[in-house]
Design a protein around this ligand. Sequence first.
Ligand code: PMP
Length: 389
Amino acid sequence: MQLSNLAQNLGGSVIREMFNEALKMEDTISFTVGEPDFITPRPIIEEACRCWESGMTHYTPNSGVLELRQAIAEYHANDLKPDPANQIMVSCGATEAIQMALFTLVNPGDEVIVITPAWPNYFGQIGMVGARMICVPAREENGFIPDPDDIKAAITPKTKAIILNSPSNPTGAVIDKDTCKALADLLRERDIFIIADEIYSRLVYDDAGYTSITSFDGIMEKTVYISGFSKMFAMTGWRLGYAISQPDIIRNMTKLHENGASCLPAPSQIAAACGLRQCQSEIENMRQSYLRRRDLICSLIDQTPGLSIKKPKGAFYAFVNAKELTEFTGMNSRDLCMDLLKKTGVVTVPGSGFGDSGEGFIRITYATSDENIKRGFERIQGYIQGLGF
Ligand code: PMP
């Protein structure tokens, strides 16, 4: 018997491929999975334990417990000002919120614009909706910030939505205010929904500042804003994210979510509310650590022949240009990463996994200890020397 076409045709993520390959080896140093190495702040864990102990073991409202929706509304009181009653949906990670947004906004056959290099889950998620993905490459020389003219050129009568991710996984690009304004001007009058994935918005460095496209007039009406707790509070394993949008969109997303994940555990939700209200300083402490690690990794890359990078301004990824090495060895980025893994135990992700325009790059996550970064780079430098480069 045949499995569904959808299941058969959906490709797996290259991040997992590298991860699985590394599981077969010993003494690996991993720069792959995009998750903080920190443990969730203590008050959040304690609050969750207290809730479990008190017997909070039941279903919750599909859109999330009111206490968490209220805490999210307070957190966004100065920007999005959502009504906790009908403009917020709590989801199984930001991942599920994006999927529900796509199911709510897009029909099979519609086109969805994605800026590449991009988080590979978008590719699978658009595939699951049966829509057509239109990739618009962002160029390294522009700091991987999308060019509004390129996006304009990609728009057709079938374009139904665009996913904008800032700060970006995998490039760390933070879309600047002028570009955000130009994008807002481009999209405002068009019948195109925006999925604004801003899950890394608290991880911005230097004087980059942070502008959300939702801050421009007439944009929030057509946007599903996506965020979550995975990166903010190092809560990846808790699987908690949220979407904010206009009531009609949230009502429909919640209808779909009811039939999928249904709802999230009450203790996790109450604990996340506690995090939003009580753990803002922990976010800043983690951000300072990532900033230090970013500077460390960029200086190590600068000292490594064959690799180069422009300092990323947000998230916790270095999207490293390795084109000199791919040209020298004749290997593409996937083969290069696999060869590096097999010879040194260092796990990285080939840029091609984030879209064709990522070929020749390697993604290195710096949400790992200074010690790991230093040891990993010793091995990478030894490997490059061994290539005879
Ligand atoms: N968006 C982006 C750009 C991401 O990198 C990730 C996680 N890697 C997510 C969304 C999903 O995060 P989660 O489901 O853990 O909230």
